[in-house]
Structures are given as C-alpha cells and as structure tokens.
Ligand binder design. Structure first.
Ligand code: URA
Length: 425
C-alpha cells in the first residue's frame, strides 16, 4: 500500500496522474478514510515531493514549530516563535495567509512596512542559524504535491477529510526538518472544526502521523468561541503581539504562548517539564529577550523595526500605523459582566471592513480591524465602550446593529475559563 501511495504522489507531482484520476482517489479517501499507516505513508510521500530542510547535527534537535488550525485574533505565532528563539530553540516557521474568517500570520507580518515573507531556503536557513527564528511563506519547492492536491480538493468538495487535512498540514511541517511540533487545534463557533469531537479526531490523527514520522508532537485543544486577545485585524494584531512580547499582552494570549512554548522546551530537553518551560517563556516576555528576537527578525527580513520603538498605546491612539483611518466606538446599553463575545460575528465584520479575504487572491487592507475594550469576565457599566472599529469607509447601520448582539452580558460575575480543554501526545 505504501508503494502505491508513493506512486500516486509521484504522479501528482510529475503530472502523469490526470485531474480526473486524482479526483477519484480524493473522493475515495473522503468517503472511506485511510488507516494510520496509510496516512503516514501519504504524509511522508508528500513531504518528500519537494525540498526537505536539513540542519546541522548541533542544532537539529532544537528545530521546532507550531501549527494552529486558525481562529479570530489568533496571533500566537508572532509571540511564540521569537520567545522560543529567546529560550534557545530554532524556529523556521512557514506560515500561510488568511482566508475566510481566519487571519493569516503572513498578512499580519506584512503590515510591518518592508517586511519580506518570501525569502529563499538558503536565507531562511542562514537566519535561523544566526538569530534562531524566521517567519516566511511557503516556497514552490516545498511540498509541491500539496499545492496540486489542495487546489483540487478545494473545487471537488473534498477538503473536510481528516486524513487529507492531516497529510496536508503535517507534510508541510515535516518538510521543515522538525524535531518537535505543537499543534493548536481549535474548536468552537469560529474554529475550522466547530465540534469538539471532530477537532479531537483531527488532533489525534495529526499527532499520530507526526509522531509516527519521528517528530515529537503534542496537540493542545483550545476553545475558539471568543476572539483571542483584544485585537482583530492585521496591524492591530501586530501591535498586540508587540505588547505581549513586552510582557503586557492579554492573559488569554499569554497563556497559549506559555503553554505551547513550555511543551516545545520540554519536548526538546531544554526544560525538565512543560511547566518549567512555560515559566521560561514567560520570563522571556518579561525580560525583553523575546521582543529583542522579534526585532532582530523584523530587521533581518527587511522590515522597518523603528516602528516598534514607538509606544504601542500611543500608536493605538494615533489610529496605529495609518492616521487616515476612521474610528467608531460601540457602547453597551446596560451594565453587566461580559459572558460572551461572538468571534464569528466579529470576524464577519472585519471581513466586511476589508481586513481579510473571501477568496484567495483578494487584496487585504492591513490597517483596518477591531479592538475589543473588554474581554470575557470584565465588568462594563451602561454606556461604556466595548469595541472600537478602525475603518476606511463608512460602516453601514446594519453592521453596527448586528454587532450589538455579538456581546452577551450577565448579571452574575463571570470567571473567565482557560481556553485549553485538553493536551495530548
Ligand atoms: N490547512 C491546510 O494546510 N491543509 C488542509 O487540508 C486544511 C487546512
């Protein structure tokens, strides 16, 4: 069977397999699934369809990365990758663009003037050797099989198949030559997998495949009911990431960064357990070393690091990096404790403002977005603002009215819960 899967992937890459033949095979997998050894064989063959990064023996055990299935306000990568580098790990992070309601790390980074996400493999390796972290887009040389398979899945309705998602995601991570990987698999109304059971199934499949390929892998199952942190929108999320890198970010973001970082520090032997690793990550946010790595990365990739020297709250007051934006404040009509903020409703509004893309190839307005002035568990008094929209064009009345329903207040005090539902290897 492994042999047949290798031949199939070879046919995907060299073009000897037609679209019709590939579609039949994808439909078969979509309907019937694949057994674990077949998923591993497929993932390995996809990884080997292009370049696989190799690292010198002195650092190969330190090469790590994370993957998130995506959410609203999910800026964990921007904080976690430099923090890991500050703690001694090496992170050649290959990320994607936002699509639909989920944001993408590359779009966020490109809101830093001059930042280049397209760098050669040689440059990527050199940068990771030198400063420990690089965050880049996928080159055509990496996992070419996935490009063709994903494009065909997209038009044949075969995206939502756990074996196909597993092989697509894990092959791209495996091509980075990783020693350890942490997966942030989200569930909830604004997650790729809304149902927790389905998210667990995907997490288990990815963990088994990646571990089966020799990558020490852990999944963290996290809730995506409410936006992560307070900023949604590319530039706004960079600002919040900088705040977090300087030790003053929102608690929910910091928790995910510390827990995921701690897991990787433990998996690579740099921390005796994940809790100790989480403390190391936390320290790197407090002592400026994580921020310093971020700054070095921005400089190395051509970005204007001087904007990072301005006071973040001042930049916020100035309408961030674009002073021409309009702002609209929304206030609550009654007092209460914030019980819920509908991440999906907020994401739709941000899409409407132009912060995201509906189709691949759409352009994105990196400056627009939303700042939440309150998070779950906060107390708001009648008339207090809970959200500020940063927009270029007028926001229509319907959009604003729709947003009023996206916050739920309670008369009783609400204690915010950890987003982390489960961790497993
Ligand atoms: N993201 C990927 O990279 N591949 C999938 O199949 C689904 C989400």
């Amino acid at each position: 069977m492994s042999e047949a899967i290798r031949d199939l992937v070879q046919g995907v890459v060299d073009g000897s397999l037609s679209d019709d033949e590939l579609t039949d095979w994808l439909r078969g997998v979509y309907d019937e699934g694949l057994a674990e050894p077949e998923i591993i064989a497929l993932t390995e063959a996809m990884r080997d369809s292009g370049d696989v990064l190799e690292w010198s023996p002195d650092i190969s055990e330190l090469i790590v990365d994370k993957h998130s299935t995506g959410g609203v306000g999910d800026k964990v990568s921007l904080v976690l990758a430099p923090a890991l580098a500050a703690c001694g790990l090496r992170v050649p992070m290959i990320s994607g663009r936002g699509l639909g309601h989920t944001g993408g790390t590359l779009d966020k980074l490109e809101s830093i003037p001059g930042f280049r996400v397209e760098i050669s493999t040689a440059e990527l390796r050199g940068q990771v050797d030198r400063i420990g972290v690089a965050m880049v887009g996928q080159s055509d040389a990496l996992v070419p099989a996935d490009c063709r398979m994903y494009a065909l899945r997209d038009v044949t309705g075969t995206v939502a198949s756990i074996p196909l998602i597993t092989s697509s995601i894990v092959s791209k991570k495996a091509a980075e030559g990783l020693s350890a990987l942490v997966l942030d698999v989200k569930f909830g109304r604004a997650a790729f997998m809304v149902e927790r059971e389905r998210a667990e199934e995907l997490a288990r499949s990815m963990v088994d495949a990646a571990n089966g390929m020799g990558i020490h892998t852990t999944a963290v199952l996290t809730s995506m009911e409410h936006p992560l942190g307070c900023a949604i929108g590319n530039s706004l999320e960079v600002l919040e990431s900088v705040e977090s890198l300087c030790g003053s970010g929102p608690e929910d973001l910091e928790e995910l960064v510390c827990v995921q970082g701690g897991i990787l520090l433990h998996a690579t032997g740099l921390a005796e357990d994940a809790q100790t690793g989480a403390v190391m990550i936390h320290d790197s946010l407090q002592d400026g070393s994580a921020f310093e790595r971020f700054r070095l990365m921005v400089e190395a990739q051509g970005g204007d690091a001087s904007i990072l020297d301005s006071d973040a709250s001042l930049m916020r007051g100035l309408g961030l990096m674009d002073p021409n934006l309009n702002t609209t404040e929304l206030s609550v009509g009654e007092s209460g404790w914030v019980e819920g903020i509908d991440a999906m409703a907020i994401a739709r509004v941000c899409l409407g403002l132009g912060a995201g893309r509906i189709r691949l190839g759409d352009s994105v307005d990196r400056a627009v977005g939303v700042i939440l002035e309150a998070q779950v568990g906060d107390r708001l008094e009648e008339g207090e603002p809970w959200m500020v929209l940063y927009h270029r064009n007028e926001v229509d009345r319907g959009t604003l009215e729709g947003l009023l329903d996206s916050i739920t207040l309670s008369d009783e005090e609400i204690r915010p819960e950890s987003r982390i539902a489960e961790v497993f290897e």
